[in-house]
Each structure stands twice: as structure tokens, then as C-alpha cells.
Design a protein around this ligand. Structure first.
Ligand code: CU
Length: 305
């Protein structure tokens, strides 16, 4: 708290403590008044009840005082919120790409990185894009949180004010591995930032096979590994040509993973399920991938034995 990691920390924390302070005042006040009344008007003291009719001043007071309090909370909240909607015109722009279950960041010129590296004391505008479902871009230390909605060009911005490393989290439940959807912001000096950006390999120019890129761009890697480890789905390593045990409505069977099988797994994932995995997790890519894309994926899968 009060770390000052970004330009929004003060406004948000001030609002938080004002609301907390008011709540605490009433918690203590109401509790003690209650205890006082219980003791003072205890039935054993046999105090006769008096009927009161309305009291205009009392009613005006208990209307205006809470009104002033909530308007005060609103004022501080609003004043902290408004600047978050107006990034400075000269802010550096970075595209934040959210997909199940990974954050990636694209800098001007198309270079991509897995962590968000930012120069200190420079305004940055973050354009938020989702490749699949609704995610929430959340940097607690920066007091920054904004939904990432597919098809909607949401954004947020900030000025990082302290060199260091901070956590990025996803604040919208987005599926089985939502809680693993973490990232890092690394705030460095401007010099270090420029050096880092220059040294960042340009993945868009890398000579990775096309099939690999298709897997990467469609979020397959969130669920499938290529190194043999099981994530949400089976690993792609050694899949092509191997024997796979399938569970269908009419029992289990063993097949050899050939092109037809892989094509079907991508277009009709729920028809037959790999033994040990669950139905309904992988969606069909029928309208997303073209036949040529799938052929390229298959060509690539043949190469990872
Ligand atoms: Cu998410």
C-alpha cells in the first residue's frame, strides 16, 4: 500500500481509506450505541415506553448526513477514476493480448514478449485484446484493472513510477486454468528499456514453421504442450502416428493418430474423447481454422516426435 508504483496509486488508495474510515466509524458507533441502549433500557429497569411522533429535524439530519457522506465517497472515487480514461496523446502504445491462459504483449513494430517491460516515468497506453473469452487485465500494485472483451477495443493506461517487478493477474474467471493466468510487469530505466526492446527477438520474422505459428496464434498452446507435458489436453509431442485410446458413446477403442484423426479432433473435438480427458473443454475450430491451416498443423505435428 502507498507504494506509489503508478500514478493511480494515490487516488485509489485515498478513496479506499476514506470509505474504510467511514465504514469503520459507523461500525464502532452503531455497535456502541446498541450496547448502550441494551444496558440503559434493559427490561429489568422497567422504564415506561414513550411514544414519539415524527421529528422533522431528526429526519432532515438522517437524510442529509448520509447523503453528504456518499456524495463524498462518490467524489473521491470519481476523481480517481476519470484520469484512468484519458491517456496522454504521446503515450507509448503496447498491445496486450489475452488468451486462455496467458498474457502476451506486442510492441510497436510487432515484437512480442511474455512479460510487460516498461520504462519508468513514461506514460504507456495498453490496448487490450482478447483472442477468446472475457479476461480481466489486473495489476494490483498499479491499482489498474480493466476487462478484456473479445471484439471490443478496451484500453487502459498508466505511468509506472518505481523500478521493480509487479504481478499481472486475470480478474475474470476464464476457465480451468484461470488462476494460472499470471504475468509480470518489469519496470526499468528508459535506457534499459531501449536496450531490451532492441534485443527482443522478432517472432513475426522467425523462421518457425507455419504450423507452429497457427497453433500459437489460435491459443492451442494454452492447453497442449509440445514438450510432452500434460496441461489441459494431451501433449502434441509424439502424437502423430502414435496409438491413442478413445472413449466414445459406444465404448473405448484404440486408433492410430493419422491426419484424419487429427482433423476430426480439431473440428469435432467432442465426438470422441482421449481416455483420461474431459469432454466439452476443447471447442470446435470448425469456423476458425481453414482446411489448409489444419494441413499445416499436421505437417508440423509430424516433426515433433
Ligand atoms: Cu483470463
Amino acid at each position: 500500500m502507498f507504494s506509489g508504483a503508478s500514478n493511480f496509486v494515490n487516488g485509489v488508495d485515498k478513496t479506499f481509506f476514506i470509505i474504510l474510515g467511514i465504514s469503520f466509524f459507523f461500525l464502532i458507533g452503531i455497535t456502541f450505541t446498541m450496547i448502550f441502549f441494551v444496558l440503559k433500557y434493559n427490561r429489568k429497569k422497567k422504564i415506561a415506553a414513550v411514544q414519539l411522533k415524527d421529528n422533522t429535524w431528526l429526519e432532515i439530519t438522517w437524510t442529509l448526513v448520509p447523503l453528504a457522506l456518499v456524495m463524498g465517497m462518490f467524489y473521491y472515487g470519481y476523481m480517481a477514476f476519470i484520469p484512468t480514461r484519458y491517456p496522454p496523446k504521446d503515450a507509448m502504445e503496447v498491445k496486450v493480448i489475452a488468451r486462455m491462459w496467458k498474457w502476451s504483449f506486442e510492441y510497436k513494430g510487432g515484437k512480442q514478449s511474455d512479460s510487460l517491460v516498461l520504462p519508468v516515468n513514461k506514460a504507456v497506453k495498453l490496448n487490450l485484446e482478447s483472442m477468446d473469452v472475457i479476461h480481466g487485465f489486473f495489476i494490483p500494485s498499479f491499482r489498474l484493472k480493466e476487462d478484456v472483451v473479445p471484439g471490443k477495443h478496451n484500453y487502459t493506461w498508466c505511468i509506472p513510477e518505481e523500478i521493480g517487478q509487479y504481478e499481472i493477474m486475470c480478474s475474470s474467471y476464464c476457465g480451468v486454468r484461470h488462476s494460472y493466468m499470471e504475468g509480470q510487469v518489469v519496470v526499468v530505466s528508459e535506457d534499459d528499456f531501449n536496450k531490451w526492446l532492441a534485443a527482443l527477438p522478432d517472432k513475426s520474422k522467425e523462421t518457425k514453421s507455419e504450423g507452429f505459428k497457427i497453433l500459437q496464434n489460435n491459443g492451442c498452446m494454452g492447453c497442449h504442450s509440445i514438450d510432452g507435458s500434460k496441461i489441459v489436453g494431451p501433449s502434441f509431442k509424439g502424437l502423430y502416428g502414435s496409438t491413442v485410446e478413445l472413449v466414445a458413446d459406444d465404448g473405448t477403442k484404440k486408433i492410430t493418430a493419422d491426419s484424419t484423426y487429427i482433423k476430426e479432433s480439431i473440428f469435432l473435438p467432442d465426438k470422441e474423447i482421449v481416455a483420461g480427458y474431459q469432454k466439452g473443454i476443447m471447442k470446435s475450430y470448425d469456423n476458425i481454422l481453414k482446411k489448409e491451416d489444419v494441413s499445416k498443423i499436421i505437417e508440423y505435428l509430424k516433426t515433433i516426435k
